[in-house]
Design a protein around this ligand. Structure first.
Ligand SMILES: N[C@@H](CCC(=O)N[C@@H](CS)C(=O)NCC(=O)O)C(=O)O
Length: 209
């Protein structure tokens, strides 16, 4: 039994989606951001940065959403969230997960948490524009890849597409949402039609794309 510490619509989404795709028994523990529960000393013992997700795996806490996606795919190969080890597709799978975790994730963190960067409540306009450019640059690259190799990142569906759709969703209120890139929109439309996505919306109480 896995235990997922989550907050609706956040980085825990990809882990929740993976658990639903796998059909793995799991229990959800809400980390209530409104009550600042991510800073609770008990929670900090599980996740010293005070962030979600944290997944309890065999009794031990593990954090970082992309690492958790890879771990779950490895522990449940029958769910086919990852291509077989040793194949060129597996190499591409690692590449894209790490690319997204290294580019989009930190850029979003800066976008949504200005105090992380400079300790101020809001970024100056030029810093905000630079972060936006970084996020849009990643979408340019991903869309170009999908235009020739799509409809999914590896051609066929895999866990990478869950990660990408979660990251796309976070841009919905940005000046240029990810759905404005045609191949990205096509991918997201297919992921959003999956049973796991619909179930997550129901369980996490999400309504907005
Ligand atoms: N790189 C981390 C990012 C985790 C992260 O920044 N989570 C955010 C929600 S998306 C969070 O917990 N924010 C609460 C806070 O920082 O107080 C991951 O992918 O797990």
């Amino acid at each position: 039994m896995y235990i997922l510490y989550y907050s609706p619509g956040t980085a825990s989404m990809v882990v929740h989606l993976a658990l639903l795709e796998i059909g793995a028994p799991h229990k959800l523990e809400l980390v209530d951001f409104k009550a600042n529960a991510q800073r609770d000393p008990e929670y900090l013992k599980l996740n010293p940065q005070g962030r979600v997700p944290t997944l309890i795996v065999d009794g031990k806490p593990v954090f970082e959403s992309a690492a958790l996606l890879m771990l779950l795919a490895e522990r449940h190969p029958e769910a086919r969230l990852a291509p077989a080890v040793g194949t060129p597709e597996r190499a591409a799978w690692y590449q894209w997960i790490v690319y997204m975790a290294n580019t989009l994730m930190p850029a979003y963190r800066l976008w949504f948490y200005p105090p992380d960067a400079a300790g101020t409540e809001e970024h100056p306009a030029n810093v905000r524009a630079a972060i936006q450019k970084k996020i849009e640059g990643a979408f340019d690259l991903l869309d170009a890849h999908l235009s020739t190799h799509g409809p999914y990142m590896l051609g066929e569906f895999s866990g990478v597409d869950l990660l990408l759709t979660m990251l796309m969703r976070w841009s919905r209120n940005m000046p240029k949402p990810a759905t404005e890139w045609p191949a990205l929109k096509k991918l997201a439309d297919q992921v959003r039609a999956r049973a796991s996505w619909k179930k997550l919306y129901e369980v996490e109480g999400l309504t907005e794309w």
